[in-house]
Design a protein around this ligand. Structure first.
Ligand code: PMP
Length: 400
């Protein structure tokens, strides 16, 4: 008797080839205790406000116990939508009714993709852009096309050309302290981009998880707040980088009929985000001073950005380009002609330092000499010695 064929579980074509990724392997390597990793965008856990969060959970379980353990509504709990609306209203008048709560912005991106995308649709993204957004759009059958960027973000002329050629369903942008580059679109650039979107009748998904992590005190109004833009933009914020990524709370701010579609999509995916977590974040936002917390976190991150930038910049080869972000978590270096950051990584890890090769952040035409380094996780002393070792690896690869 022949042995039965091993059962092959049916998997959708859209997930084929996604089972393993080189990035998973990098994160595994980077987790080794002997490696100083700049690879992940992981907030420093030492900065979490554990006591405030404990008090908020305690208050919710004491005063809203049964309700907090029950099913809720797909739109999100009213208290949290009210708090979210207040924060968004600092730049853009927003009512609680215009907020949809999501389990982090990652789910927000997935909900938006569910609500908008048909297989074959084009989504225009910055080149480079946030990898996991590309994945959330790709599994809905979208084709991502990268738009050229400079130090001020996406280039308006290139954006307009690409919109007219490809007729995208929407444009996806991270205008402030972008992942992966750390770059920010200034006021003029935002206005020019808004004009292109208005002129071409194009929708925008504006992802803003980092905007409040400013090192200069300057915060930028979202593109959604520019004249004519609010009705054509899904604006996404997240508590992940401000309060805690573990609570998985974010929101989408939208207007008009798409709000109903977003709620139906959210219900289809997960009914609603955790009620106890939503009520706790609402309580935390009501009684704690998140702005003061964010200012403390930003001050720490700023000294770490300075340490990374000061250590890395002199070690880069001539012609390399490195960003000096005014906020957020990431610094982006392009080593230039002849370098391959992916090929260099094994030597870097052997030297006890890890980063993310930049190629994976491109929808198309990757610059393989690029790397993303997160500066938020380690203290300045650790950063300095690890970067010195990275410098030796870069020098060795340049000499090849
Ligand atoms: N968008 C961007 C640009 C991000 O960098 C991240 C987190 N790395 C997310 C969305 C998702 O974050 P979360 O789901 O934790 O809100």
């Amino acid at each position: 008797m022949t042995a039965p064929e091993p059962f092959r579980f049916p998997v959708a074509a859209r997930y084929a080839g996604m089972e393993s990724s080189p990035l998973k392997d990098i994160f595994a390597l980077a987790a080794r205790p002997d490696v100083v990793s700049f690879a992940g965008g992981i907030p420093d856990p030492a900065l979490f406000e554990l006591e405030d969060v404990r008090a908020a959970y305690d208050w919710v379980l004491t005063h809203q116990g049964a309700r907090s353990l029950q099913y809720g509504v797909s739109e999100g709990e009213p208290e949290l939508r009210e708090q979210a609306a207040r924060r968004v209203s600092r730049h853009l008048p927003t009512s609680a009714g215009q907020i949809r709560i999501t389990s982090g912005s990652q789910e927000g991106l997935f909900v938006a993709a569910q609500a908008m995308l048909e297989p074959g649709d084009v989504v225009l993204v910055e080149s480079p852009t946030y990898l996991a957004a590309v994945q959330a759009f790709a599994v809905h059958g979208a084709r991502m096309i990268g738009v050229e960027t400079d130090d001020h973000g996406v280039i308006p002329e290139a954006l307009e050309r690409s919109i007219r050629e490809h007729h995208p369903k929407f444009v996806y942008l991270i205008p402030t302290f972008q992942n992966p580059t750390g770059r920010t679109m200034g006021t003029d650039r935002r206005r020019e981009v808004a004009e292109v979107l208005l002129r071409t009748g194009t929708a925008l998904v504006e992802d803003d998880p980092y905007g409040e992590l400013s090192f200069t005190g300057t915060t930028f109004p979202p593109i959604a707040s520019l004249p004519g833009m609010s009705e054509r933009t899904l604006l996404m914020n997240s508590m992940s980088k401000l309060m805690s990524p573990g609570v998985r709370i974010g929101w989408i701010r939208a207007e008009g009929r798409v709000l109903d579609t977003l709620a139906v999509a959210k219900a289809a995916i997960s009914m609603q985000s955790s009620v106890v977590d939503q009520l706790t974040v609402a309580r935390y936002l009501e009684v704690c001073d998140l702005d003061a917390h964010v200012a403390r976190v930003s001050a720490v991150y700023r000294t770490r950005r300075d340490a990374l930038s000061a250590a890395l910049t002199p070690l880069l080869p001539p012609g390399a380009h490195v960003t000096l972000p005014d906020g957020g978590m990431f610094l982006w270096a392009a080593l230039g002609e002849g370098y391959d950051a992916q090929a260099m990584l094994a030597d870097a890890v052997a030297a006890g330092v890890a980063y993310l090769p930049g190629w994976s952040f491109y929808a198309d035409n990757p610059d393989r000499s690029t790397m993303r380094l997160s500066f938020v996780t380690h203290a300045p002393e650790v950063i300095g010695s690890a970067v010195a070792r990275l410098g030796e690896v870069i020098a060795a690869h340049g000499a090849r």
